[in-house]
Ligand binder design. Sequence first.
Ligand SMILES: Nc1nc2c(ncn2[C@@H]2O[C@H](COP(=O)(O)OP(=O)(O)OP(=O)(O)O)[C@@H](O)[C@H]2O)c(=O)[nH]1
Ligand SMILES: [Mg+2]
Ligand SMILES: [Zn+2]
Length: 429
Amino acid sequence: MTEPSLMTAAPRQDLVASILCPHCWHRFPPEQLRYVATSPSLAFDHRIPGGHMRRFLPSRFTFTGDAIDPVGGTCTETACPACHLKVPRLLALRETFTVSLFGAPSSGKSYLLAAMMRMMHEQLGFCRLAIDDVDAESNAIVRDYEKSLFDQPTKDSPVTLLKTDLVGDWYQSVVFGGNTKTLPKPFLYRVDPLRGHPALERARQQARVLCIYDNAGEHFEPGGEKEDNPVTRHLASAQGLLFVFDPTQETSFRAACHERSDDPQWRDRRLSRQNTVFSEAMGRVLRFRGLQPTERVVTPLVVILPKYDAWSFLLGDEPLPPLFRESTAEGGLGSLRLFDAGAVRRVSDACRRMLDSHANAMLARLDERCDPDRTLFVPVSATGCGPAGQDAQGKYYHLAGQIAPIWTEAPLLSLLHGAVPDLVPSAPT
Ligand SMILES: Nc1nc2c(ncn2[C@@H]2O[C@H](COP(=O)(O)OP(=O)(O)OP(=O)(O)O)[C@@H](O)[C@H]2O)c(=O)[nH]1
Ligand SMILES: [Mg+2]
Ligand SMILES: [Zn+2]
């Protein structure tokens, strides 16, 4: 009834050297994963309030490698040794690719996350990649976003997403030495190559767990994060940064667009100081990493230009090129789509020229704080159209039948392709 544990059952070389907890960013060796008890009498944990099952370091295992709790329950779920929040076992077996999505309030982060994940699910199969929830329960918020935008009963149904709050469902609380800390919920997806992938063996070595968060925009404003509220600490561990820079909140864009687009957001009273949000985020990246405030951030950055439907004419009359090129899988396995990183690069260059005319100060700031060679500019539209009206609370809504995302998978695919090029089948540039 003892031996072997999950960890000893798997060949040593299959384990990652260390796991970074996606909740509290504590780094630990996989052997220190705690198990979550299942025996009803162990429904208490000193770190997570509210009758959560006890976390423990197991010493007894079933013959299939599951842990046995002190009262004899068989346990399969695992947790972080520091914060005790659930950390799926898969994180012990493969590397995590953490992405930080940040931007001002109302810049379009949540709409984008919903459209991005929906389009990743729809498109990646054609690229011979599968993207799946690591843990369906923890991704429920994004699933709900997706349902709200894409799975409405009729095409006239009004759709809207809740503003991401500063507290509530998006966060979890844990108690450290009498102090309660608020941590943001990570959304975890596994990306695996499928049969017909052009470099299947190498791609398997590069399979990743993708980790992404959805914060309230206010958290990125100066003073938006406190010691007991480390909700944007993911910026420090991110291997890719996604900055949502909303043209509808910039005065210079408004002057250029309000007569040509009837999107009410051009006239909205809400105007964020997006340059401050960006500088604050870069300041935090450096501070959390223990670097000097004068240093440049070298993490790859995608500057996402959202709500493209409302300002597309600034990039010319041509629609955006296709993101994929059609090809065929070897061995008679049918068609294969290749990600066209060259097309993204060309559109990025066009966006850079456009920003030079309409947001010159922001562009200068981006180039100053980050490495221009590792910065891409990507236009996206989560909805493909402007709001159809405002509800009784003044919230904008879209009509379900009109929603047609544009290029929403491009930012994430670009970051993944840059980090693990063998995983994402791509066209020669
Ligand atoms: N025209 C247009 N409007 C959009 C698009 N995506 C989002 N919006 C509008 O932008 C507003 C804000 O979008 P959210 O996704 O809630 O913004 P957020 O960045 O998550 O905001 P916080 O949660 O407050 O930080 C919504 O009212 C949407 O109607 C888009 O692709 N096109
Ligand atoms: Mg939001
Ligand atoms: Zn943790």
